[in-house]
Design a binder for this molecule. Structure first.
Ligand SMILES: Cc1cc2nc3c(=O)[nH]c(=O)nc-3n(C[C@H](O)[C@H](O)[C@H](O)COP(=O)(O)OP(=O)(O)OC[C@H]3O[C@@H](n4cnc5c(N)ncnc54)[C@H](O)[C@@H]3O)c2cc1C
Length: 457
C-alpha cells in the first residue's frame, strides 16, 4: 500500500542530523517526510557538547531556539590537564557565540519539536527497512507500520541519516566504519569543576578523559578505552575507574567522580572513524554519521553534521524542478564535492588529537605549545571551536607542536638519546597526520610535501 503519492524529500532518522535537515528544508517550503524508529527521548552519552561553530550553523538554519529550555550550559573554553599541571584557554568570543553542553536526548527532542510546528513536514514513527529501487534509481523507502503492514514512502530524494550504525550506508559509501576505541560515560552530580563552564581535557595517564557540564547539576565524564574490544563490566573495571582514572581526575571533581563510579551507572559506546567516501547514486544522499565519522575527543560530530545539513540544504534549495532527477543529482554532487572545505579541518583535528594522546612526548609538546598562549593557543582553539575551518592553519600548528616538542627535548636532555627521541616524535607526528590529510582531498602541493616528509621520517 502506498502511504502518500509523493514528497520532495524523505529523511531516514530524526536524530541530530535528520531533525535539523528536516527543519531547514521544511522551513524553506519543501514537502518533507521523516521516518524515525523511536520518537521517545533517548538517554545517550554522545552528542552533548556543541562547539560554537555548531551553534553558528543552527543560527544560520534558523533553529537556534532548539537550545532553549533544555537546561543547556554555556561552554566558554577549555581547561587542559597533564601530570598535575593545568591551564585554561577561552574560546575567541565571536558574534556572541559560545558552545553548549546538554543532554543529547533533550536536545534531539527539542529539534524534533520544531518539526511538529511545520505544516509541510510529516513525522512517522517506524523503522525504514530498505530502499525502493527502480532502474538503478532510489525512489523512496519501504517500512513496516505498527500494525505490521508493509508500507512505502515515495520521494524525489531520500536523505539517509540513520546514524553510526547505518544499515543503508553500504550501498552509498565506499568507506567502511572502523572502531577506534570506546568511551565510557558517567554523569557526575554537583561536580566542582576546576574551570566552571569549560570543557576539561585530562591528558595524563594512558587514555584521555573529558569532563564538561551538561545540566545545571550534572557533568559528563567520558573515559577513553583504546582498542576494538569494549571494556568488560565488572569489579576489575570498577577498580580501574576508582584507582587509575581516579588518580588523574582533578581534586575538586574527585568526590562526585568517585560517587558516580560507585553508583555504577556506566554506559559504553564505540568510537568510529569513517572518512567520507560516498557513491553518487540517483535519488539518495548520505548525511551525518552515516556519511562521515571522526573521534569524538573534540566534541565536533554534531557541528560537522550541522555544517553538512546547511551545505546540503543550500544545494537542494537551488533545485528548481523536483521531478528532474538529474538536477537533484547535480545538487548532491555539489554537496559531496564541497564537503571537505566545511568539515575537513574538523575531521583532521579530531583524529590527529586522538593520535597525539598515544604518545607521551607529543602530549607534553601539545600541552607546552598551547600553554604559551597568544596565537599559539587562540588559533588552534579557533579550529577546535570550529569557528575556523582553515586546514592550512591546522597543519601549520600541528607540525609546529611537533618541532616545539623536539626543541624542548633537545634543550632538556643530554646525550645521543635525545636526538633519537626528537626524531621519533616528529616521525610519529607525520605518521599520525598523513593518512588524515590524504582522506580530505589534499591539493597537489600538500600531497608532494607529505611524500617528502614520509621519505625523511
Ligand atoms: C561516545 C561519543 C560521544 C560523542 N560526543 C559528542 C559531543 O560531545 N559533541 C558532538 O558534537 N558530537 C559528539 N559525538 C558525535 C555525535 O553524537 C554524532 O556525530 C551525531 O549524533 C550524529 O548525528 P546523526 O543524526 O548522524 O546520528 P544520530 O543522532 O545517532 O541519529 C540517527 C537517528 O536515526 C534513527 N534510525 C536509525 N536507524 C533507523 C531506521 N532504520 N529507520 C528509522 N530511523 C532510524 C535513530 O533512532 C536515530 O534517531 C559523539 C559520538 C560518540 C560515539
Amino acid at each position: 500500500m502506498i502511504l502518500s503519492p509523493s514528497y520532495d524529500v524523505c529523511i531516514i532518522g530524526a536524530g541530530v542530523a535528520g531533525s535539523a535537515m528536516a527543519a531547514y528544508l521544511g522551513k524553506n517550503g519543501k514537502k518533507v517526510v521523516v521516518i524515525e524508529k523511536n520518537l521517545a527521548e533517548m538517554d545517550r552519552i554522545l552528542g552533548e557538547l556543541l562547539q560554537p561553530g555548531g551553534v553558528q550553523m543552527l543560527r544560520k538554519m534558523g533553529i537556534e531556539s532548539s537550545l532553549e529550555n533544555i537546561d543547556a550550559q554555556p561552554v566558554i573554553g577549555y581547561g587542559m590537564f597533564l601530570d598535575g599541571k593545568s591551564f585554561q584557554i577561552g574560546y575567541k568570543a565571536e558574534k556572541g557565540l559560545t558552545g553548549f553542553g546538554f543532554r543529547n536526548g533533550k536536545f534531539v527532542q527539542s529539534l524534533r519539536s520544531i518539526l511538529f510546528t511545520l505544516p509541510n513536514v510529516t513525522v512517522i514513527e517506524a523503522a525504514a527497512n530498505s530502499f525502493i529501487e527502480e532502474n538503478g534509481e532510489i525512489k523512496g523507502i519501504n517500512f513496516t507500520d505498527s500494525a505490521d503492514q508493509p508500507k512505502q514512502i515515495r520521494a524525489s530524494l531520500t536523505i539517509v541519516s540513520d546514524g553510526a550504525l547505518s544499515i543503508f550506508r553500504p550501498s552509498l559509501s565506499k568507506s567502511e566504519k572502523k572502531v577506534t576505541g570506546y568511551f565510557l560515560g558517567l554523569v557526575l552530580e554537583n561536580c566542582d569543576l576546576p574551570y566552571p563552564n569549560h570543557g576539561h581535557v585530562i591528558m595524563s595517564g594512558t587514555s584521555p578523559v573529558l569532563l564538561y557540564p551538561i545540566t545545571s547539576t550534572g557533568t559528563r565524564a567520558l573515559i577513553d578505552f583504546q582498542g576494538e574490544q569494549a571494556p568488560r563490566m565488572g569489579e576489575e573495571l570498577k577498580q580501574h575507574l576508582l584507582t587509575k582514572i581516579g588518580a588523574i581526575i582533578p581534586e575538586s571533581a574527585k568526590p562526585s567522580y568517585m560517587n558516580a563510579v560507585n553508583a555504577g551507572k556506566y554506559k559504553v559506546f564505540p568510537n568510529h572513524r569513517l572518512p567520507a567516501n560516498p557513491v553518487l547514486k540517483k535519488g539518495a544522499v548520505l548525511l551525518g554519521d552515516s556519511l562521515n565519522m571522526r573521534h569524538p575527543l573534540t566534541g565536533a560530530g554534531m557541528t560537522a553534521a550541522f555544517s553538512d545539513c546547511y551545505n546540503l540544504g543550500n544545494c537542494l534549495l537551488e533545485v528548481k524542478d523536483w521531478w528532474n532527477s538529474m538536477e537533484i543529482e547535480l545538487a548532491i554532487k555539489k554537496f559531496y564535492d564541497t564537503k571537505t572545505k566545511q568539515t575537513g579541518s574538523i575531521n583532521i583535528l579530531a583524529d590527529a588529537l586522538y593520535g597525539v594522546m598515544t604518545s607521551q612526548d607529543l602530549k607534553e609538546a601539545c600541552f607546552s605549545y598551547l600553554k604559551q598562549g597568544g596565537l599559539k593557543a587562540s588559533e588552534p582553539v579557533s579550529i577546535l571551536s570550529t569557528l575556523s575551518r582553515d586546514k592550512h592553519m591546522l597543519q601549520r600548528h600541528f607540525f609546529a607542536v611537533a618541532f616545539h616538542g623536539a626543541g624542548n627535548i633537545l634543550r632538556a636532555k643530554s646525550g645521543k638519546a635525545k636526538l633519537k627521541r626528537s626524531y621519533r616524535m616528529i616521525r610519529d607526528a607525520v605518521n599520525i597526520i598523513s593518512p588524515l590529510l590524504m582522506s580530505e582531498k589534499p591539493g597537489l602541493g600538500m600531497k608532494s610535501l607529505l611524500k617528502i616528509a614520509r621519505k625523511i621520517f
